[in-house]
Design a protein around this ligand. Structure first.
Ligand SMILES: NC(=O)c1ccc[n+]([C@@H]2O[C@H](COP(=O)([O-])OP(=O)(O)OC[C@H]3O[C@@H](n4cnc5c(N)ncnc54)[C@H](O)[C@@H]3O)[C@@H](O)[C@H]2O)c1
Length: 308
């Protein structure tokens, strides 16, 4: 199949493009490079031994999106493109709603016009909000509590309505928590523009000396070591999940929501201090309640009392 991957030069997108190429698909990538670089695709091409077509296009530019569909005969779409920083979305809600919602509407309208009605949408577990008890399951009522999450929720609503209105649409909504890691080659990984919004790029920047130390926010949670618990998923597994979802939607009309997660929570501290790395000694924890540094720690974390 020929798959259009929006946001395909980004972190999860580039790993998914590689996975698609390795499983015999042809790939067209659309990205405006606001948080990524074309270099990731060059490296994906090296790893796969074949290349993906690339279009530097902003999804909010309706005519440019249409032109991509005019140029390629697309069979299905994996839609990653979007702004994703929760804090920034609180500061700049208009920008987030415009980019994520208008961009998605342009994409869906172009797809409909060209008879392309299979889409895997990169949603987020943030749509489960904070009102639901853990563990989250898909039939729970969703309700995000920040503008970024609400853009995901609103796009889910649009896609759900589309699936209900027209049975020619095949849609998967994939919700996930914290993607981490990189391709085993080390050639592609998470390399955000500007200040990172996720833990692992911070750890990597401390490891290579770009940052002096890692701040761990929250040292007084009710957890084995006081740091918060997170459900991490390896980015290569996540990429494989998107490719598998394409096969799933091909066989099922309408709209299906699914959560991609290993279901194992890991404390922040353990994640940020793997065995005896020198940079681990530069970590500090902060009191979540007081918002100030309270607990300087050095040396490796003791053996975990929780399952690994
Ligand atoms: N990384 C996470 O923690 C996480 C968790 C859950 C869901 N997600 C979702 O997964 C998707 C991919 O995330 P990522 O971590 O790879 O982020 P990323 O920033 O690396 O990738 C997103 C890509 O979209 C592009 N983009 C943004 N707006 C665009 C627009 N208007 N037109 C064209 N391209 C545009 C960016 O340049 C970037 O390459 C996002 O939709 C994100 O919300 C991410």
């Amino acid at each position: 199949m020929r798959i259009l991957v929006t946001g395909g030069t980004g972190y999860i997108g580039s790993h998914t493009v590689l996975s698609l190429l390795e499983t015999g698909h042809e790939v067209v990538v659309l990205d405006n490079l606001v948080n990524s670089s074309e270099e990731s695709l060059r490296r994906v091409g090296e790893l796969a031994g074949k290349t993906a077509a690339f279009h530097k296009v902003d999804l909010v530019d309706e005519a440019a999106v249409e032109a991509v569909f005019d140029q390629h005969s697309i069979d299905a779409v994996i839609h990653f493109a979007g702004l994703k920083a929760v804090g920034e979305s609180v500061q700049e809600p208009l920008n987030y709603y415009y980019n994520n919602i208008v961009g998605t509407l342009n994409l869906l309208r172009a797809m409909d016009k060209h008879g392309v009605r299979s889409i895997v949408f990169s949603s987020s577990a943030t749509v489960y909000g904070e009102h639901n008890p853990i563990p989250y399951i898909e039939k729970m009522e969703i309700g995000a509590n920040n503008p970024y999450g609400r853009t995901k929720e609103q796009i889910e609503d649009i896609l759900t309505d589309l699936g209900a209105a027209d049975e020619r649409w095949h849609i998967a909504l994939l919700r996930y928590f914290n993607p981490v890691g990189a391709h085993p080659s080390g050639r592609i990984g998470e390399d955000p523009q500007g200040i990172p919004n996720n833990l692992v790029p911070y750890i990597a920047q401390v490891a290579v000396g770009r940052r002096e130390k890692l701040m761990v926010f929250g040292g007084d949670y009710d957890t084995p070591d006081g740091t918060c618990l997170r459900d991490y998923i390896h980015v290569v597994d996540l990429a494989g999940g998107h490719v598998a979802a394409l096969g799933y939607v091909a066989e099922r009309p309408a709209c299906t929501a699914g959560t991609l997660a290993p279901g194992k929570a890991r404390p922040y501290w353990r994640c940020s201090t793997p065995s005896n790395r020198p940079w681990a000694t530069r970590c500090r924890t902060r009191s979540r309640a007081a918002g100030r540094e309270t607990c300087p720690r050095s040396g490796p974390t003791p053996p975990p009392p929780w399952p690994t």
